[in-house]
Design a protein around this ligand. Structure first.
Ligand code: SF4
Length: 281
């Protein structure tokens, strides 16, 4: 068994939140800069240049990449041999998020109750924490700051399992295009297929954490990802909905087994402020 202290995890999460507050995913930075280098339309080039400049000055000046410093999302893969004495992960993550919110500082973005009072917790917690138990003696944490705009444009559809593939693709693409500028494109599109109602939403979220440009190991899904990406970009909605051929930077699919009567599909959108990191303790 391996003992991992509460303090070690707390510090690692605080440091990770600080890092992603100012630093975009390098693959997103490259994608934006490449599009900017070839963009002919002045207005679209101006939008891409603004995003590119923001990517540079945020880490230089230690200013958050976006004013919406988001919900803190953590996917924790905890090894079966890891012991965290005297604390649960949710408590540690919430306290780390609260410390980061205060010390960086971050906008307090979480309300304690969603419908009536909507009182701000003032601490940017609770963290949205997903825990998977895996074999081994490591604690792996995928950590993201997820803004409200892109999250609000995400969706889940329980398709009939007989749905033709082209219908599924067309539905996903048209729903994404309908979001216009509201999810702050260029987007990263995470798609969960299978599981059940709640599991496919989790899969879509987890898909956002996959490295940009990775090739899906199943060639059928690799082809589907590329097909959806090409169709989204062919629509010409573009960066911040201003036109051009870069509406999405990547489409990632994760699938799991599902019920014979079901075909759940969830689409989780991520904006161009793709703030996330992966740490292993
Ligand atoms: S969707 Fe992303 S870029 Fe747009 S305001 Fe929210 S966090 Fe910022």
């Amino acid at each position: 068994m391996r003992i991992v202290s509460r303090e070690t995890i707390h510090r690692a999460i605080c440091d990770a939140i600080r890092e992603i507050t100012f630093n975009n995913d390098p693959a997103v930075i490259t994608g934006i800069n490449q599009a900017l280098a070839t963009e002919k339309n002045e207005l679209v080039a101006d939008v891409l240049a603004s995003i590119s400049t923001n990517n540079t000055i945020a880490p230089e000046d230690q200013i958050p990449l976006c004013q919406d410093t988001g919900s803190t999302i953590i996917i924790a893969d905890i090894g079966s041999e890891v012991i965290i004495p005297g604390a649960c992960l949710q408590e540690i993550a919430d306290q780390a998020a609260a410390e980061a919110q205060c010390s960086i500082p971050l906008r307090a973005s979480i309300v304690s109750e969603p419908l009536f009072d909507r009182a701000n917790t003032g601490t940017n917690s609770p963290v949205i924490l997903h825990i998977n138990q895996v074999k081994g003696d490591k604690l792996q944490l995928q950590i993201a700051q997820k803004g409200g705009g892109a999250e609000n444009m995400s969706f889940l559809i329980m398709f009939p399992p007989t749905t033709p593939l082209q219908t599924l693709k067309d539905t996903i693409v048209s729903r994404i295009i309908e979001t216009g500028s509201r999810a702050c494109p260029p987007l990263i599109v995470g798609i969960g297929i299978g599981g059940n109602f709640e599991r496919c939403a989790y899969l879509a979220k987890a898909a956002l954490f996959e490295p940009l440009g990775r090739e899906h190991p199943d060639t059928r899904y690799a082809e589907l990802e590329q097909g959806i990406l090409d169709e989204i970009n062919a629509k010409g909605s573009g960066a911040q909905g201003m036109g051009g051929n870069l509406t999405a930077l990547a489409v990632h699919i994760i699938y799991e087994p599902c019920h014979i009567a079901s075909l759940p599909v969830a689409v989780n959108l991520q904006c161009h402020a793709h703030r996330h990191t992966h740490i292993v303790i």
